[in-house]
Ligand binder design. Sequence first.
Ligand SMILES: O=P(O)(O)OC[C@H]1O[C@H](O[C@H]2O[C@H](CO)[C@@H](O)[C@H](O)[C@H]2O)[C@H](O)[C@@H](O)[C@@H]1O
Length: 874
Amino acid sequence: MARRESLSEIRAANPELSLTGNIISATFNIPHAVTYHKGGAWDLKPRRGQSALIDSFAYLSSDATPWNHTVVAWTGEIGHPDDDPLSPPDTPSAAATATTAVSSLSAPVPIDATTRLPTPPPVDGLWVPKGDQTRLEQQLAHSKTIRTVPVWLADESEATDDGIMLKDQARWRRYAEHDLYTLFHYKQHEPTDGRKERAQWADYYRMNQKFANKIIEIYKPGDVVIVHDYYLMLLPSMLRQRAPKMYISFFLHSPFPSSEFLRCLPRRKEVLEGILGANLVGFQSYSYSRHFLSCCTRILGFPSDTLGIDAYGSRVQVGVFPIGIDADKVESTAWADTVNEKHAAVLKMYEGKKIIVGRDRLDSVRGVAQKLQAFERFLEMYPHWREKVVLIQVTSPTSVEAEKDDPENKNASRVNELIIKINGEYGSLGFSPVQHYPQYLNQAEYFALLRAADIGLITSVRDGMNTTSLEYIVCQKDNNGPLILSEFSGTAGSLRDAIHINPWDITGVAEKINAALTMSVEERTKMQTSLYTHVTTQNVQSWITKFVRKVHSVLAETNSSKSTPLLDRALLLSRYRSASKRLFMFDYDGTLTPIVREPSAAVPSERIIRYLQSLAADTRNSVWIISGRDQEFLQQHLGHIPQIGFSAEHGSFMRDPGSEEWINLAEKFDMGWQAEVMEVFQRYTDKVPGSFIERKRCALTWHYRLAEPEQGLHMSRECHKELEAGVGQKWEVEVMPGKANIEVRPTFISKGEIAKRLVATYHNPGAAPTEKDPHPGKIEFALCSGDDFTDEDMFRSLNGASGTILDDQHVFTVTVGASTKVTLAKWHLLEPEDVIECVGLLAGAGDPASLERVGEVNLAALSTVEGHIPAEEL
Ligand SMILES: O=P(O)(O)OC[C@H]1O[C@H](O[C@H]2O[C@H](CO)[C@@H](O)[C@H](O)[C@H]2O)[C@H](O)[C@@H](O)[C@@H]1O
């Protein structure tokens, strides 16, 4: 039996873990199916399904871990004692149906015209008074196993101080199950006019909001929140908005589809952005994590690598954590006396026969039809096994909203047809090769069957994690029956020693059934030993421990990463006012204008032109634009402000204030490198649709913003490597990654060199006036702002560390971007709009009202810039 780690062992192995931390797990349903008894105790029964997740909650809540654990979850559809007694209360769908049946409006209407219609009740739904709500909350709060805080879901108008009216309770799961579950399993609905979808989305959104409200109510700084599954995909971002420093992680228990599929979801952006509020996102298998990363890049345009995504100025880490089961619990339950009796009975019943076992929900993605087809093919191909092998297939009702809604239930019909066909063709009077049990088995029967089987057969065509396969392995401890497992199951990646099959290859599966039945004892034992070791060591306890450990290490990294402070505008203004000589150096793209899709569209706003004009009109100010842009562009858009100086193409050209003449600083440099760079850029342009070359006089730029994002990013890395290894070795040129571009320019030229030159020109205490500097003296204030890699050269040359002659206190180096960005700047501003506000603030510094404007950020103006790409997407 697998041994659990003791608390002291866990602490010793994980010194980084907080020993008294709180963990809040947010999951859709509470771990119980709930029945309401007016005025009395609530009836709580263990909920079926999600056993691994619930076991992980029990573990986190137990004394075996150092954490203080609370589950926040919806009550689930609340059943009522008047509900149909035949409906199992722990079947969510049945409970939902039963609850809505409280209304007599849905009862059949008598066709006898003389009979009076029943008087409808005044309300339609289940009314739960406040006192009874509180009673359930207390029952759940004092649970011995899992402390739970319920989320009550109802329309605002139906949740009053007196109680709550629960109507159409299944609505809260509809969007998740109808749209998300379906698409995540690579299935699609026929498109509709969208009205139903919008209503379901609204419920989904509100449901996530209500979870956020409840978590915020109980959250304390330092708590770790773990959000589970596709029902709560908006929750991480909703929590992040309300508590920016909250430690949030998200784990998806279902598959995550490729971007080609996710793109079909009308709410694809909202769903992805919702998850990206988390610090860590976990998946069941590597391919799901890869799909997610790729969706964030392709659909949202965020850069990603194999370990995470850079979104909204923060890093969202992504990892793979295949869930396990509570193997100890399964093992002790599966060998209980009641199970032993049933096990003996099953063996007796099928004496002399090999048993193949399957247990699936009747969702089409579970591949029951494929399994039956493969079994039929097996009986056809291997006649000697006929009457010697039985397939015992247990199915529980589908949980898929869309399939529940299907009046024809095509999948169930197909399964029934296949069973009739196989039993008709290969059965006899006393024997049916397929034994179908379309019902829930009780736990003892289920484990008895798994123990009695000779083969476990799992043919799901899409599956997050198949816990039946893990339970089967534990139950085969003595029997060593092989496991045949679909490669499309999330478990396949972890159970490498199982027999993997492609459920679409019916003949291939039939062959594997035969191979499994004829395996030698040694082979079976070897396979079972390896699988058993895996399942008992990679159990649900180790799964959640690893996940929590990873959350802590991600948080430790986040907390230790350097954060650049937001520009102190009051300090900026006061230093500006007290200085008698000032120097301004502004980058252009991404600093004075937002980044847009096409370079030609990045024109300066009328506001920034006005502010620059008035700033430059003050003779104590020297204002320079230091850009990668060429002379023509700068001249066309800003050249009409004569007091401004320009540096074009990353320092290759300069135009002094008041002059119309451009000085070429790269004049003497051999431009032979350009032809070689052009040849490389051209090749990449041919390979990457949407990319193009911007040819300037000296610097060359390859743009890929309009290309398919993943391809653009990947090819830019290749291009960069190729240029550095080739042209970069041969010539004195620098290859620079920009914002969706790669630029090449001579090494001796840089924005940093220009910044140094300007400081040397204007900082001249005791000198006589010159044409360039008619007001000699000390520079008492310098503001330098830029957004990308090339601007870091300016920050480097201005920061005290590199020996600048300016007083460090008077220099404001400001990067445009998130506080977490790696930069040499001393301050940050989030958006170009903030830079414009600051320029406006200083330009109007003579105005006493300007101090009142300190701290104002004109967010509304952002949306007026056409085609503006938000900072996080740059
Ligand atoms: O030094 P800068 O003033 O920041 O100029 C750097 C480069 O900016 C331009 O490209 C970037 O901005 C474009 C417009 O927003 C955007 O479409 C492109 O994707 C960005 O890379 C410009 O085209 C280059 O020549 C500059 O070197």
